[in-house]
Design a protein around this ligand. Structure first.
Ligand code: SAH
Length: 260
């Protein structure tokens, strides 16, 4: 029985896979990938006789069966995923039957699109005395949010938000941010296809106009929404905190009726 590795391919650019990721690919007998760009990364590092397949048209059971059967034939089998494999994927669902079959599972972390988007925009996700926490979340879609993780509750913290899987609902996201206490003129950055060669787009706007800007730019998929009091820090004087954030903070408390 071989070992199945879940390898993060990074956010898009083939050179953003880790060195460890390339080493696992280079000794693999079979690779199952998701996403068109990830295919290039696989091809670049896989040995010539490696079986490489796309899981696009497979359901969860078919992916599991593929990994199980390949693990019987090869010492190293790879499930190659975008970004980091522990975020918004189906690693647990896929690993469960492998664990049950006694197949060893390994994980190689990847550069998440959250990190790649901040880098593309030249922004920091934390800033001393301004925000020291980052929330990775999404807007409720077909996947409902678990109790205690409503977008309103998370946005209400006023810290940095990296919002995945939600660009289709950017107008609703903006509305919810304002309802949670953010100022309508607080900055928002949307990064489309961060690090994809020749396709990366960084859009800057405010909560009030970001939906319209995304619509005008035709951005409807594969984008990260960054909301943070740290945005634009490089353009502000050292030590100055964001007035926009302060305004939002004040309003949040007024909104909840804990002040006034
Ligand atoms: N595991 C991945 C996330 C997969 S969920 C990671 O760690 O990045 C898919 C969501 O990730 C997309 O809806 C989008 O919000 C974000 N995403 C993935 N690749 C991206 C990229 N290159 N640029 C911007 N956002 C991206």
């Amino acid at each position: 029985m071989g070992k199945v590795w879940f390898v993060g391919a990074g956010p898009g650019a083939p050179d953003l896979i880790t060195v460890r990721g390339t080493q696992v690919l280079a000794r693999s007998g079979a690779i199952l990938y998701t996403g068109s760009l990830v295919a290039e990364t696989a091809l670049q590092w896989a040995p010539a006789d490696c079986e490489i397949a796309d899981s696009k048209s497979m359901d969860l059971t078919q992916v599991t069966d593929w990994l199980l059967s390949r693990a019987e034939q090869h010492e190293t089998v790879v499930r190659l995923q975008t970004g980091d494999p522990t975020l918004y994927g189906v690693l647990a669902e896929l690993a469960r039957p492998l664990d049950a079959a006694g197949i060893e599972v390994g994980i190689v972390p990847g550069v998440s699109s959250a990190m790649a988007s901040a880098a593309a925009a030249g922004e920091c996700l934390t800033l001393p005395e301004v925000t020291q926490s980052v929330i990775f979340t999404r807007f409720a879609g077909r996947t409902p949010m678990p109790a205690g993780e409503s977008f309103a509750a998370l946005a209400g913290h006023g810290c940095t938000l990296c919002i995945f899987l939600s660009i289709e609902r950017i107008a609703a996201v903006a509305e919810a941010l304002v309802a949670a206490g953010w100022a309508a003129d607080a900055p928002v950055v949307v990064v489309h296809k961060a690090t994809w060669p020749g396709e990366e787009q960084v859009l800057r706007g405010s909560i009030a106009d970001i939906a319209e800007r995304c619509r005008a730019a035709g951005i409807v998929r594969q984008a990260m929404i960054l909301v943070s009091p740290a945005l634009g820090a490089r353009q502000r004087a050292a030590g100055a905190s964001s007035k926009l954030y302060d305004a939002g903070f004040e309003r949040r408390f007024r909104g909840k009726g804990t002040r006034d």
